[in-house]
Design a protein around this ligand. Structure first.
Ligand code: 5GP
Length: 193
C-alpha cells in the first residue's frame, strides 16, 4: 500500500468541511472517499458528493456487512461511517486520499492505517468564541444540539497535539487556509516519490 490518506480533523465549526469542499473543487486529481451518515441532508448538499445519506436501518446493515473503515455516533445521535472499499482500493493504487472525520474517527483510523500512509491535519480558529458564533449562524439548531456541539468542541480542541499539522482557519480567509493544506499535501506527497 503506497497511497497516502490525509485526514482533516478539528472542532465543530472550525470550517473543516468548507476547507475540504473548497479543496475538492480545486483538486479533482485527488480522491475523496464518501462517508455514510444518518443526519438530515442540508440545503445545497447532494447524496454522493461528500456523504451517502442512510437511514439508521441502512447504517446498521452497513455495520453488519463491514462496510466501514470506522464508524461513530457523532454529537450523540447521528451515525457517521467512512466507507471502506473505495478508500482502501485508492490507497492500494498509490492515490492521495483526503477526508474529514471527527476525533473518534481519527482515533480509529490511527489504529487501522499504517503510520507511513497517514497524515493528520488539525484545523483550528484563532479564538473559541468565533467557533460558537459559527456553529450558531451556520444552520438553525436547537439549544440541545448546540450544547452537544459545544461539548464536542472542547473535547476536540484538546487533541490538536496528536496531529501531524495544525492549520489556523481565520474568519474570511478560507482561500489561505486551503493554500496551507495544499502545501502540506504537496510536500507529503513528494516525500512518497
Ligand atoms: P456534519 O454533520 O457537520 O457534516 O459533520 C459532523 C461531524 O461528523 C464532523 O465533525 C465531521 O468531521 C464528522 N464526520 C464526517 N464524516 C465522518 C465519518 O465518516 N466518520 C466519522 N467518525 N466522523 C465523520
Amino acid at each position: 500500500m503506497n497511497g497516502k490518506l490525509f485526514i482533516i480533523v478539528g472542532p465543530s465549526g472550525s470550517g473543516k468541511s468548507s476547507v475540504l469542499m473548497e479543496f475538492k473543487k480545486k483538486h479533482p486529481e485527488y480522491t475523496y472517499p464518501l462517508s455514510a451518515t444518518t443526519r438530515d441532508m442540508r440545503e445545497g448538499e447532494k447524496d454522493g458528493d461528500i456523504y451517502h445519506f442512510y437511514t439508521k436501518k441502512q447504517f446498521k446493515k452497513g455495520i453488519k456487512n463491514d462496510e466501514f473503515l470506522e464508524w461513530a455516533i457523532v454529537h450523540q445521535d447521528n451515525y457517521y461511517g467512512l466507507i471502506k472499499e473505495t478508500l482502501m482500493n485508492s490507497l492500494e493504487n498509490g492515490e492521495t486520499v483526503v477526508r474529514e472525520v471527527d476525533i473518534q474517527g481519527f482515533d480509529s483510523i490511527r489504529e487501522k492505517i499504517p503510520v507511513e500512509n497517514l497524515v493528520t491535519i488539525f484545523i483550528t480558529v484563532p479564538n473559541k468564541q468565533e467557533l460558537v458564533d459559527r456553529i450558531t449562524t451556520r444552520a438553525a439548531i436547537s439549544k440541545d444540539e448546540l450544547d452537544k456541539r459545544l461539548e464536542s468542541m472542547h473535547r476536540e480542541f484538546a487533541r490538536a497535539r496528536d496531529c501531524d499539522y495544525m492549520v489556523e482557519n481565520k474568519n474570511g480567509e478560507l482561500e489561505k487556509t486551503v493554500e496551507k493544506v495544499e502545501e502540506i499535501i504537496k510536500n507529503e506527497s513528494a516525500e512518497n516519490n
